[in-house]
Design a protein around this ligand. Structure first.
Ligand SMILES: Cc1cc2nc3c(=O)[nH]c(=O)nc-3n(C[C@H](O)[C@H](O)[C@H](O)COP(=O)(O)OP(=O)(O)OC[C@H]3O[C@@H](n4cnc5c(N)ncnc54)[C@H](O)[C@@H]3O)c2cc1C
Length: 520
């Protein structure tokens, strides 16, 4: 079988199918794997991520995928999220001793950048999400409603919207609240913050992104397949109205028993002949899926300017600062103190306003914000800077977008789709991309009459939520959940955690968690 596209969706489908006995040939147009979630070398020799990528505890399929390809040990998980406002007030999100959904209550109550009134309004909206198990009735309104509208209906204060809901959701969903379907926004809070005590933990790669995918090529090749780089697919070969192959450069054609197209939706729309779009209505709306931008700004200072591994800024254009020097530090998560300088990566999601701005203007703006937020940066020299604008970073999760997202199984024989933009129920994330790849592999095997299950279950509810959902008795029979509930109740630190600095904790992903090998 043939996979077109070596991003996370294509890689997940390719690895899953190779492991289930198919000979996979994967064609990727670029000289490296990873698609949007990759890294490359700049002309000056610096190795940079296309943009900082993070995962969360609730991303069970991405975690499974990293484990399959031997990359799980390259992700560091953090228990504490730090926020900083322009007045220098700090807030943190960190699980305390209470079980879910109250695990973050302590840090939320002490969150200095919000007033009591803001917190009460947030608590009311959270209660609504809790009582409806993440499915409030107004999410079902025809065409969907925007997250901003949903928040207005729940009387949120201006500051609660700006300093809480917007901060979390613009980063998670890459879109402004008035252009985000409330279904995605509410789901983030249910899965990440409320239904269990570990969904909010943030995983950050400790290596350049491209290094995560070494295991994909070897896994596919070990099972008789091949990964062909610098191989752009230029078109489809049709015979008697049926898909009969793909066309590459220099007149090369390749045929297979089945094809998984794991390219961005705009590319697929160009590759598909009109006849195919007409024969499957799900393929005729690809152009209706809009895109949203993300801008990454890379700063190299002549000396260390921050200690924390990452921090979220409030009320500024810059949304996140990642301390790449610390994150790429030794395997214990300790910053490499032998290095005198420091490399920071800044992230600005839904960066529509920056798209037309010149590079230097963006650097000046962000540098000013960094120097305000980090006192040590005020006297430090900025040695080097670069800006990477991704105009089509993700699909825009605008209200009603799900109706344009096709399923992985098409009505066209032998044609399967993967990509974060396909129908996964998830927004455009690495988790969504891996889910789509697993779903495409499942669809292909189903139509072959050899069904296998690859999709991993969501994190199980824990704490009071598990009890409240009436699943407590069944769930505590699982050793994994028993471990998690006990930890939440008695506030124990988990195995393998190490202190990165005095307040931040890091752990390696657990071996064997929720792992279900193919065919087992
Ligand atoms: C700046 C930025 C920051 C992000 N931050 C995060 C984050 O922090 N957390 C998170 O979860 N997600 C994040 N995302 C989203 C995440 O990167 C994507 O959701 C995910 O990587 C999409 O994977 P994919 O395989 O669906 O698509 P892609 O990664 O786009 O893969 C498609 C592949 O197809 C190849 N291709 C295209 N045309 C052809 C052709 N004709 N022939 C052969 N190959 C072709 C492309 O080169 C590419 O490798 C971010 C995205 C960006 C851009």
């Amino acid at each position: 079988m043939i996979v077109i596209g070596g991003g996370l969706a294509g890689l997940a489908a390719g690895v899953a199918l190779a492991e289930s006995g198919w000979r996979v040939r994967l064609f990727e147009q670029r000289p490296f794997l990873g698609g949007r979630a990759t890294s490359y070398v700049l002309p000056d020799g610096e190795h940079v991520d296309n943009c900082q990528h993070v995962t969360l505890g609730c991303c069970t399929n991405l975690e499974d995928f990293y484990r399959r390809i031997g990359a799980a040990g390259k992700i560091k998980f953090f228990d504490r999220l730090l926020f900083l406002d322009p007045q220098g007030r700090r807030g943190k999100m960190q699980a305390g001793f209470l079980p879910a959904p109250f695990h973050l209550t302590g840090s939320f109550a002490a969150f200095a950048p919000l007033s009591l009134l803001d917190k009460l309004s947030i608590a009311r909206a959270m209660l609504d999400i809790l009582q409806t198990q993440g499915n409030p009735a107004d999410l079902q309104e025809k065409g969907g409603i925007s997250m901003l509208e949903w928040l207005r209906r729940r009387g949120q204060t201006k500051r609660a919207i700006e300093r809480f809901w917007r901060v979390v959701l613009v980063s998670a969903l890459d879109e402004e609240l008035d252009r985000t379907d409330a279904r995605f926004g509410v789901d983030v809070f249910w899965k990440v913050f409320l239904s269990n005590s570990t969904g909010y933990r943030m995983g950050v790669p400790a290596v350049p992104l491209a290094n995560l995918y070494d295991g994909c090529k070897s896994e596919i090749e070990r099972r008789g397949g091949e990964v062909v780089l610098r191989a752009p697919v230029r078109g489809l070969k049709m015979e008697s109205g049926e898909l009969a192959g793909i066309r590459l450069d220099e007149g090369r054609e390749e045929t297979a028993d089945a094809y998984v197209f794991a390219v961005p939706h705009a590319v697929l729309a160009e590759l598909l002949p009109q006849s195919m779009k007409q024969s499957d209505p799900a393929l005729s709306n690809l152009e209706k899926i809009k895109v949203a931008p993300i801008t990454g700004v890379h700063f190299w200072f002549d000396r260390p300017v921050m200690k924390e591994p990452f921090v979220t800024l409030l009320d500024t254009t810059t949304q996140w600062i990642f301390n790449k020097t610390a994150l790429y530090g030794d395997s214990n998560g300790q910053a490499n103190t032998a290095l005198t300088g420091q490399y920071l990566q800044l992230v600005i999601s839904a960066s529509y306003d920056l798209l037309q701005k010149p590079r230097q203007e963006i650097i000046d703006l962000c540098l000013e914000e960094v120097r305000k937020a980090l006192p040590a940066a005020r006297n430090a020299e900025l040695v080097k800077a670069t800006v990477i604008k991704e105009a089509a970073a993700t699909f825009s999760p605008e209200p009603g977008v799900d109706r344009w997202r096709p399923r992985q199984q098409t009505s066209i024989p032998r044609l399967f789709l993967a990509g974060d933009w396909t129908d996964t129920g998830w927004p455009a994330t690495m988790e969504g991309a891996v889910r789509s790849g697993y779903l495409a592999a499942e669809a292909l095997l189903r139509s072959d009459g050899t069904p296998l299950k690859f999709l991993q279950p969501d994190l199980p509810p824990d704490g009071f939520i598990a009890m409240w959902l009436g699943k407590h008795t069944a769930l505590v029979d699982s050793p994994d959940v028993r471990r998690q509930s006990t930890r939440a109740l008695i506030g124990l630190r988990k195995n393998g955690e190490k202190s990165l600095d005095s307040e931040t904790y890091v752990r390696e992903p657990r071996k064997g968690d929720r792992l279900r090998r193919f065919g087992s």
